[in-house]
Design a protein around this ligand. Structure first.
Ligand code: CS2
Length: 511
């Protein structure tokens, strides 16, 4: 086989990543040895971001490497115009990409993942996506659509049917925009064709992600065809799952690393930490890969695992993300390298989160928290706070606000979490750190949050009036009293570190 070289003339020995070049890769790059041509797109995955590529696609690649008889391939799907880039990069690379696993001690593993075998763009060709989902090959449709993709209004806890895309999908079921529209139409066709249902498997950071997906898909189906809804109810499984692997945004440095170390030209590799966890409920409508043979855990009830991970890891990220951004930190490892932030995070976990968690079988919470701090501190994972703070309006109602609510209900401590809400108000209002450097805020609710936050001087509770984020938190006097005093101090001093220090001090105070 002749090696295809890169058109970049300056470095004639650069190898572009594609199927034809797999056998020629530098021996330090671990390439799939299995025959990709016999894989079937049995999994359709919606949302092929970094996380899917470091997690489900990685587990599936590992399985294919270990079991040559397995033919579980993945067809990636993007639904938005923003997915055009990943669609074209993956196509050029025969759907291959490199996973760069960076260990804390500096060891780096580069591994080409081969489990994705196709990619479709729903925004350009919805029919192709619906038909792929409706194909007899498809046994699982999995989703990484982000917390916001579930479109839940925190004020009601329900799907927001007023969303223009939801209205569009109900009126145009064969050209949908939202994943729920695609799923409903595909299931409708499977039922009409007497094909078995597929499993819908959420891989997002949401408590009871499967149950929530089920509720929304049933809602869509009911509004169109109640009999279809009944069929879905008895045929489609929606396993809940806890997913975990820290996956920062890919940077130019990642691409340069592959070029320099391995003469490999990958247009969109993914970097991640070595840690990886997937805990899934074992309800599948039409079979599943033997992911347990490559480390996934199948359990009867994922609830306690999900809650532990969302409330400690994801909320921990948000605590560092918002407080750290105001302080002027840029990355998660930068934050935990600062003793004040590391201590604050640990106290938040110990004093406010641990008391509201349930027993988690086989997990010692103290060890779990120690491991989180080590993972966050991995100096080779430069996880930017801008990624963590991205779409905070759909993260905090899942990661942090429920802990405040639980503690309000049980008379537990709320101070450390409340400062994060007060700081988020300041962050949304000022949009700069305390040194005046601009903060890059990407959030669907950026404008309404900014407006509400900017009115704080006149009405200290104005930020909490964004009820689609805060629900009825504004009604709780204990919370609002604490919140107002923190907002006032923050606006007066703008010194987040000294407020954090004071809180830690008062938390240690025996009185
Ligand atoms: C992060 C997550 O988005 C966030 O704010 O907390 O992406 C986190 O890195 C992953 O859930 C880790 O499994």
């Amino acid at each position: 086989m002749t090696r295809q070289t890169s058109p970049i003339g300056a470095n004639a020995s650069l190898t572009p990543l594609n199927e034809a070049n797999l056998a020629q890769l530098n021996s330090q790059v671990s390439a799939p040895q299995y025959d990709r041509s016999r894989l079937k797109p049995r999994i359709v995955h919606v949302g092929v971001g970094g996380f899917h590529r470091s997690h489900e696609a990685f587990y599936t690649d590992e399985l294919l490497r270990n079991d040559r008889s397995s033919d579980w391939g993945i067809c990636g799907v993007g639904l938005r115009e923003a997915d055009e880039k990943i669609a074209s990069v993956l196509k050029r690379q025969d759907y291959l990409y490199t996973l760069i696993i960076r260990h804390p001690n500096g060891t780096v593993e580069s591994r080409v993942i081969g489990s994705i075998v196709d990619f479709l763009l729903g925004c350009h060709d919805p029919e192709s996506v619906i038909e792929q989902m409706a194909s007899p090959d498809t046994q699982i449709v999995s989703l990484t659509i982000t917390e916001g993709g579930y479109n839940i209004d925190a004020a009601t806890g329900e799907f927001n049917w007023n969303h223009p895309d939801a209205q569009h999908d109900l009126q145009n079921p064969t050209t949908p925009k939202l994943v729920f529209g695609f799923l409903t139409e595909a299931l409708k066709r499977r039922r009409a064709r007497n094909l078995p249902a597929f499993t819908i498997q959420s891989c997002d950071n949401i408590q009871h992600n499967g149950d929530l997906t089920r509720k929304t898909v049933l809602g869509f189906a009911r509004k169109q065809d109640p009999e279809l809804a009944t069929w879905i109810e008895s045929n489609v499984c929606f396993p809940n799952a806890m997913v975990d692997r820290i996956t920062p945004v890919t940077t130019q440095d990642d691409m340069d690393y592959l070029v320099q170390e391995h003469q490999l030209c990958d247009e969109w590799p993914v970097t991640c930490e070595p840690f990886c966890q997937w805990v899934v409920e074992d309800h599948f409508s039409a079979g599943r890969p033997a992911w347990e043979s490559v480390g996934a855990q199948f359990v009867p009830d994922v609830g306690p695992y999900e809650k532990m991970k969302l409330r400690l890891l994801n909320a921990g990220h948000s605590v560092l993300g918002i407080l750290g951004s105001i302080h002027g930190h840029r990355t998660i490892d930068g934050c935990v390298g600062d003793p004040l932030f590391a201590t604050y995070l640990r106290q938040f976990m110990d004093a406010e989160v641990t008391p509201v968690l349930d027993e988690v079988e086989g997990i010692d919470l103290e060890t779990y928290k120690d491991t989180l701090l080590e993972r966050f501190g991995n100096p080779n994972i430069k996880d930017a706070l801008s990624r963590i703070c991205l779409e905070s309006s759909s993260k905090l109602p899942v990661f942090l606000i429920p802990t405040i609510q639980d503690n309000l209900a049980r008379g537990g401590r709320i101070e450390l979490a409340t400062l994060v809400i007060a700081a988020w108000c300041f962050y949304s209002d000022k949009q700069v750190d305390q040194h005046g450097n601009p903060l890059e805020i990407i959030d669907e609710l950026k404008q309404p949050l900014h407006q509400a936050a900017a009115a704080t001087r006149k009405d200290p509770l104005s930020f909490l009036e964004v009820t689609e984020v805060f629900g009825d938190l504004i009604q709780n006097e204990r919370f609002t009293k604490q919140y107002v005093s923190m907002v006032e101090t923050l606006y007066e001093t703008t010194d987040i570190a000294s407020i954090m220090e004071d809180l830690l001090q008062s938390g240690n105070d025996p009185n």
